[in-house]
Design a protein around this ligand. Structure first.
Ligand code: SF4
Length: 264
């Protein structure tokens, strides 16, 4: 007897007339089957791509091209050079769940009005132990932490949760996969942000020109995908999310510099 179709899968298939991009996975209908591949392999000849069984997609999604563990499956560093051919809609759901766990269910949930979102304050107010300090971030600090941690360079989920100074991500910036509540990586980054706020501050007085140089240096570093060690090692000062948070701080400091007389 045929299994009843999952409501999320049924709704997704109704939108899949030809090709759909699900984060970095390009899905193309082939009759009753499907062709899945990395979007950068869109134009690649089938024979140059490694044909993978659906069940091996979980392993594929676990590590980057360089072999590093991927703690965040929605990070934009999915390996390329492969294709998979689910032969049924059930297999398609399994394949997507291997690459983006829970992504299809969240996509379906986000179509509810209103979507079942847990915003930052509601989420951290439930935290105990070492994560309780995430409640102490101000609204501005929450904004900086989320804009840095959830930036599209690090995560392709469209963040639907927010805060008093933090609107949700714009649809076009991210992917079809929604983010309905802060994830463990965000929570850890918020904890580190609070720890950084609590540290002793240097009594530095920095000119506008030097702040502009610092901002330019951060832009250069971020453009070169700095090796900040493990993705969630926020103790590393070179961690890319820390660089992006610092850039937000520098931009705020620059905005606070009094207008200068234009004497050349
Ligand atoms: S909280 Fe941010 S980093 Fe985590 S999954 Fe959501 S959008 Fe991505």
């Amino acid at each position: 007897m045929a299994r009843p179709e999952n409501p999320a899968l049924a709704a997704f298939l109704a939108t899949l007339t030809d090709t759909v991009l699900f984060a970095q996975v390009l899905i193309t209908r082939r009759g009753t089957a499907f062709d899945l591949r990395h979007v950068i392999d869109k134009e690649a000849t089938d024979s140059v791509l490694e044909l993978l069984p659906v069940e091996s997609l979980r392993d594929l999604a676990s590590h980057t091209q360089d072999g590093a563990f991927r703690p965040l499956k929605s990070a934009p560093n999915l390996r390329s050079g492969w294709r998979a051919l689910p032969t049924s809609s059930q297999e398609l759901m399994q394949a997507l769940d291997h690459v983006y766990p829970g992504g299809l269910a969240d996509w379906h949930a986000a179509r509810q009005v209103p979507p079942p979102v847990t915003h930052y304050r509601d989420y951290v107010n439930r935290q105990t132990g070492m994560y309780r300090i995430t409640q102490m971030l101000t609204d501005t600090q929450v904004r900086d932490a989320a804009l840095a941690a959830c930036h599209k360079d690090f995560c392709l989920k469209q963040r639907l949760w927010g805060g008093a100074e933090l609107p949700p991500d714009a649809t076009e910036e991210k992917s079809l996969i929604p983010c309905l509540e802060p994830c463990p990586i965000l929570l850890e980054f918020a904890r580190k942000s609070m720890r950084l706020e609590q540290e002793e501050k240097a009594a530095a007085s920095v000119s506008q020109g030097d702040l502009e140089t610092l901002r330019a240096a951060l832009d250069l570093a971020l453009a070169q995908s700095p090796d900040g060690g493990r993705e969630a090692d926020f103790g590393n000062p070179a961690n890319p999310r820390r660089l992006r948070r610092l850039k937000l701080l520098v931009e705020r400091w620059l905005a606070e510099v009094p207008e200068k007389d234009d004497k050349g």
